[in-house]
Design a protein around this ligand. Structure first.
Ligand SMILES: [Zn+2]
Length: 339
């Protein structure tokens, strides 16, 4: 029997503890209970009664929705650049991770690749421009229609719980960036993904990393019900164990040497996530996104800080201990089925 103060952790099946009641939700006035499972170091929001209508609001104005506006910018600008995957990799660690895996392990362009949760479609497009055979899959028919119109006819709208049945052992590599934190129950979803892998195939998954944050932060990621999970390295190990997989974490040292992430440095305060939508679904602070400039003294100092922080004593002086150079705000890992 579970009391009101514990709940089963859907990742490792241990009892998770209620750590915050009525935490602010993504919609102003809504609230969720936050649980933490100490057995697998995973946080999750209690999400038995919520509607996915929230994505209709987000995707009605993605260009001005904080947290999504940069995705819109990438989709809108990517066709104008000559090396789209390099372009994305320079912005975000998750795309850098995907590019690294492709260039190190998938040099043969004949590999069959699937992106799950392709959304606006620009990552699938960027990988296709590198010469790979890749398809984008998304549950949203609107997203797939828009991606097809913008980039071409290599996107499919389907529910993975149906799609996987027709695609057993079909893919060498499956890519899933920033998807699992949105799911009510990630484990059966990943199981479907694993079924679609050929023998020896891998899935690469990215999701926000809770362990680079101050340990006092109960929920420093997009508010529920947009994000329902906040994972750690331990969560990955538990997932791999539960799914009979081998797991491998990506090391971000090379990315961090050349890219400045505020969160790594002591002088910056953690970002405080407030509600994004008002009670009618309207944006509270609509804003578009433009890439940070490369010129100016501040940017130069930030680039210098990134470089020198790879070395002592600057590392200890400048950066937070929770966020060592091999980590990133994104957790990136690979799963492959154990033989
Ligand atoms: Zn757990």
């Amino acid at each position: 029997m579970h009391s009101n103060h514990t709940k089963n952790c859907k990742i490792c099946n241990s009892a998770a503890t209620l750590v915050k009641e009525n935490h602010q939700g993504y919609i102003k006035g809504s609230s969720f209970d936050i649980y933490h499972c100490s057995a697998c170091d995973t946080s999750f929001a209690d999400c038995e009664n919520f509607s996915t209508d929230i994505y209709q609001f987000i995707y009605s104005d993605p260009a001005r929705t904080p947290g999504y506006n940069r995705y819109y910018f990438y989709a809108d600008s990517i066709k104008r650049v000559s090396r789209p995957l390099d372009y994305l990799s320079n912005f975000e660690p998750m795309y850098w991770a995907v590019r690294k895996i492709l260039s190190e392990q998938y040099t043969d362009k004949k590999f069959n690749i699937l992106e799950v949760g392709s959304g606006l479609g620009y990552l699938t497009y960027a990988i296709r421009e590198e010469g790979y055979n890749i398809t984008g899959l998304d549950i949203s028919e609107n997203a797939v229609r828009d991606a097809t119109n913008r980039f071409g006819d290599y996107f499919i709208a389907a529910d993975i719980f149906e799609y996987y049945k027709t695609k057993a052992k079909s893919y060498d590599l499956i890519i899933m960036t920033e998807v699992i934190e949105h799911l009510e129950d990630p484990k059966p979803f990943i199981e479907c993904v694993l079924e679609m892998l050929k023998d020896g195939g891998q899935v690469v998954i990215t999701t926000p990393n809770r362990t680079v944050n101050d340990t006092a932060a109960l929920w420093s990621t997009e508010l529920p019900p947009v994000h329902l999970w906040w994972f750690s390295e331990q969560s990955v190990k538990a997932l791999a164990r539960e799914l009979s997989c081998n797991s491998k974490m990506l090391d971000f040292t090379d990315f961090n040497r050349t890219h400045f992430d505020k969160m790594r440095f002591k002088i910056y305060k953690a970002y405080d996530y407030g509600p994004t939508l008002d009670m009618t679904g309207k944006l509270i602070h609509p804003q578009s996104w433009t890439p940070p400039g490369r010129a100016g003294l501040k940017n130069i100092l930030q680039r210098v800080a990134a470089i020198v922080s790879a070395y002592e004593p600057f590392n200890t002086l400048l950066t937070r201990k929770e966020y060592p150079i091999h980590k990133s705000s994104t957790l990136a890992f690979m799963l492959s089925k154990r033989k």
